[in-house]
Design a protein. Structure first.
Length: 401
């Protein structure tokens, strides 16, 4: 019988860690069952168990050769095995003073005469249970058989550690979702509470300018104009933030059937495109079954940017659309100022403006393209851009069917 002391942690710490794994009384899992089956088959053992030991019982997460799900800890071989760092071997239980009178050994039917268990130790210190084999007759394992049992035990340890990482990732994801929802709610409240005061500032500045323009000097009128412009910029910024967080709800809308020509005509009407802007539609119409509202938002943002940040007298926008077996594919090409190659990787980052200004000299907020990318990815696709300084941009995006 092997007798090697384990790592120095309290039993209370071990039990608390064991409970944190939430393994007790869970359904069988193929990953663990395969390992106990291998132990039984390749070590010629009638019984193979992955047991978990708490303060009063051992419970079998996976079992081969027995019907019972658990036994009391005070008669458990595994209770002794978890106190070791290496294999715990009982070659002949009848001759072992620790187990000779154990009811599992003295039973009339299927009395245990042989036991070997390898402790399942997580994070190098928490012995949660064992992978063990039992036989109804005394026997001796060869060195190769002992090594095999140890290796199978290591696989169980790896499975549990992967489970821990997965559970941690799920918890972090849940926390991020909750934080996002709180932030979205906060953005909505702030937007609502600030919109009205800003509107009042804009209206008041117009009233003051109109009513007192005769007695204000040039600096006074400029100050009022600056006040109005700043208020409009802040109002637009707040609207974009709110729109960014509301895009989550956009992607949850159901799919509908629509054609691309109809959608593009609606967008052109929304933008009030004048004669200085030419939009070239795809050569062929395409019928889509997709989230129309989300696709419209993506195209609307790309069209708006193509018009706002265009440095040419006549703006040209070309739209292409086609489908393959998996995706609907779109491209929006403009003849604008383009983007420097070293800045292309930044363009979809939230709040990244690249120091670009529109036709009126106003700087962007760095929200629109980030929202566009988020929508595309939420629809099972993505977006990318190619550009040449002075010759415009081509945004290509795709969404899953």
């Amino acid at each position: 019988m092997t007798n090697t002391s384990t790592t120095a942690i309290s039993e209370r710490e071990r039990i608390d860690f064991l409970n944190s794994l939430k393994l007790f009384d869970t359904l069988p899992e193929d990953e663990f069952d395969m390992l106990t089956q291998m132990a039984s088959k390749y070590l010629s053992a009638p019984v193979s168990l992955f047991s978990i030991v708490d303060d009063h019982r051992q419970w079998f997460k996976s079992r081969v050769g027995v019907d019972m799900c658990e036994t009391p800890r005070d008669i458990s071989f595994c209770s002794h095995a978890i106190q070791q760092k290496d294999l715990f071997v009982v070659e002949n239980a009848d001759e072992d003073p620790l187990f000779a009178n154990n009811p599992l050994v003295t039973a009339k039917d299927n009395a245990v005469k042989f036991y070997t268990g390898v402790p399942i130790i997580i994070e190098g210190k928490y012995a949660i249970g064992t992978l063990c084999i039992l036989d109804y007759k005394p026997r001796v394992l060869s060195d190769e058989e002992q090594e095999l049992l140890k290796n199978l035990g290591k696989q169980i340890e790896k499975l549990i550690e992967l489970r821990m990482l997965n559970n941690k990732a799920k918890a972090q994801q849940k926390e991020l979702v909750e934080q996002h929802e709180r932030l979205k709610e906060f953005a909505g409240v702030i937007s609502h509470d600030m919109k009205m005061p800003l509107a009042n500032l804009i209206i008041t500045s117009d009233i003051l300018k109109k009513k007192y323009s005769s007695i204000l000097d040039t600096d006074g009128i400029n100050y009022l104009e600056y006040l109005k412009t700043s208020s409009l910029t802040l109002s637009d910024y707040i609207s974009n933030i709110l729109k960014y967080y509301e895009s989550d709800g956009l992607v949850k809308e159901s799919k509908t059937t629509f054609d691309i020509f109809e959608l593009l005509e609606e967008i052109i009407e929304i933008l009030h495109v004048n004669e200085l802007c030419t939009i070239l539609l795809p050569e062929e119409n395409l019928i889509l079954h997709a989230n129309k509202a989300a696709v419209e938002q993506v195209l609307l943002n790309l069209f708006t940017n193509a018009i706002k940040y265009n440095d040419k007298t006549n703006t040209e926008i070309k739209v292409d659309c086609y489908e393959d077996e998996v995706f609907y594919n779109f491209s929006v090409t403009d003849n604008g100022k383009g983007i420097a190659p070293e800045k292309l990787h930044l363009i979809f980052n939230l709040y990244e403006t690249l120091d670009a200004t529109d036709k009126k000299g106003n700087k962007g907020h760095g929200i629109g393209l980030s929202m566009v990318k988020k929508i595309c990815q939420s629809l099972g696709g993505d977006i990318e851009v190619t550009s040449e300084v002075g010759n415009g941009c081509c945004f290509s995006f795709w969404i899953a069917k």
